[in-house]
Design a binder for this molecule. Structure first.
Ligand code: HEC
Ligand code: HEC
Length: 318
């Protein structure tokens, strides 16, 4: 029933928007920016924020649990490098709390949440050492994590410069409805599943026919990785919805030139990114809260361009 009627997915949303959880979420949405700000006012990894002894302990953890995927010189193998611009471009400027959380919640990829918190901090100290951050007298402590920003070490832009405009273009293949059915509908359902199904809960034996998507595909990918991927699919659907010439089912062109359409697409991308950030916490309640942001992002656009009196009126400016 929940999946059978197109558009009915939003009925399963947990009504927390006006509750305490809802307001907690409003704060956490801005968490990244808040942490960047805190970190700016505080110290950076240039300020000798860990000790050599701590990095040594971290190295032992790394050698046992991380080296197989991240390489003997932290230079990447199956997994991405933990040094250099490829790494600093993502993490430079963020607080060390973000990096320790990433390690503690999601790594080692094949056995997440098996490090203690002190081990996660030690291994991050080792990663800092590998990025030429100076060691000091004292260990990096939990209480300092939010106050210390990861210095991007080399200065300059933290992300690689944008590549020149692509010369290849990818014209639309489907209608807006087909993009919705193929990408946004299944991905948002994976996220909505998290309201009732903890991806971290162990399941074994035969899967019931009606098991949630996260459980059914949990044999192929870890359920939490499915949630990551669903959030990313939503964030990455933005450009698809901006391809000029894509038509709606009634033949009207998707109004990609209109500022309000662009704003709704941006809202969707932002919601997908917020969902990814929530998924990275590996906390069911955090993802359940973010589903409100997702359904709002969908509904904002639908209200104007989909849920109009006649199908012929879809995709036309109000
Ligand atoms: C089985 C392979 C595997 C193991 C073991 C593993 N990782 Fe990872 N790691 C990955 C993959 C793949 C990614 C990229 C996907 C993701 O972020 O989930 C990643 C991402 C990361 C990132 C984010 C890097 C970035 O550029 O975004 C950090 C930090 C990290 N791992 C640290 C660790 C640490 C520390 C350990 C050991 C405690 C560890 N990993 C063990 C495979 C692994
Ligand atoms: C930028 C605008 C926009 C955003 C954002 C948007 N949609 Fe849509 N959606 C539409 C339009 C327009 C249609 C009708 C398209 C058509 O008739 O071809 C539609 C149709 C749909 C349909 C109906 C498909 C059918 O078979 O009738 C579903 C389901 C759907 N959207 C899901 C979602 C979900 C889930 C999200 C959020 C994760 C979302 N949409 C975000 C514009 C949007």
């Amino acid at each position: 029933m929940r999946f059978s009627v197109p558009g009915s997915w939003f009925q399963v949303r947990v009504q927390v928007r006006f509750g305490v959880l809802g307001s907690v979420f409003v704060c956490s949405l801005f968490g990244v920016f808040a942490l960047r700000l805190d970190a700016q006012q505080g110290r950076t990894t240039k300020d000798a924020v860990y000790s050599a002894a701590q990095a040594k302990r971290g190295e032992a953890v790394y050698t046992e649990k991380c080296v197989a995927c991240h390489g003997a010189k932290l230079d990447g193998d199956l997994g991405p490098p933990l040094t250099g611009q490829a790494f600093l471009g993502i993490w430079g400027g963020l607080s060390l709390a973000e990096l320790v959380d990433k390690v503690h919640n999601t790594m080692p990829l094949d056995a997440p949440k098996t490090l203690t918190r002190p081990q996660a901090i030690d291994v991050v100290a080792y990663v800092l050492q590998g990025n030429q951050a100076p060691a000091g007298a004292a260990d990096l402590a939990e209480a300092a994590l939010k106050q210390v920003a990861l210095d991007s070490m080399r200065g300059g832009p933290s992300r690689p410069a944008a590549t020149p405009a692509a010369t290849t273009s990818f014209p639309a293949t489907g209608t807006v409805n087909q993009v919705m059915r193929g990408v946004l509908f299944p991905s948002s359902n994976v996220l909505f599943d998290v309201q009732t199904q903890d991806p971290g809960a162990r399941t074994s034996g035969t899967r019931p026919e009606a098991a949630s998507t996260t459980v059914r595909y949990g044999d192929v990918y870890q359920p939490w990785q499915m949630v990551d991927a669903a959030a990313i699919a939503i964030a990455e659907a933005g450009p698809m919805l901006m391809i000029p010439g894509r038509r709606c089912e009634n033949g009207k062109p998707a109004p990609v030139d209109r500022a309000d359409w662009q704003q709704y697409v941006q809202g969707l991308v932002d919601a997908g990114r917020a969902a990814y950030k929530a998924s990275q916490t590996r906390d069911q309640a955090t993802v359940a809260e973010v589903t409100n942001v997702i359904s709002d992002a969908c509904a904002n656009c639908h209200r104007v361009y989909r849920d109009v009196p006649t199908a012929a009126g879809r995709c036309t400016p109000p």
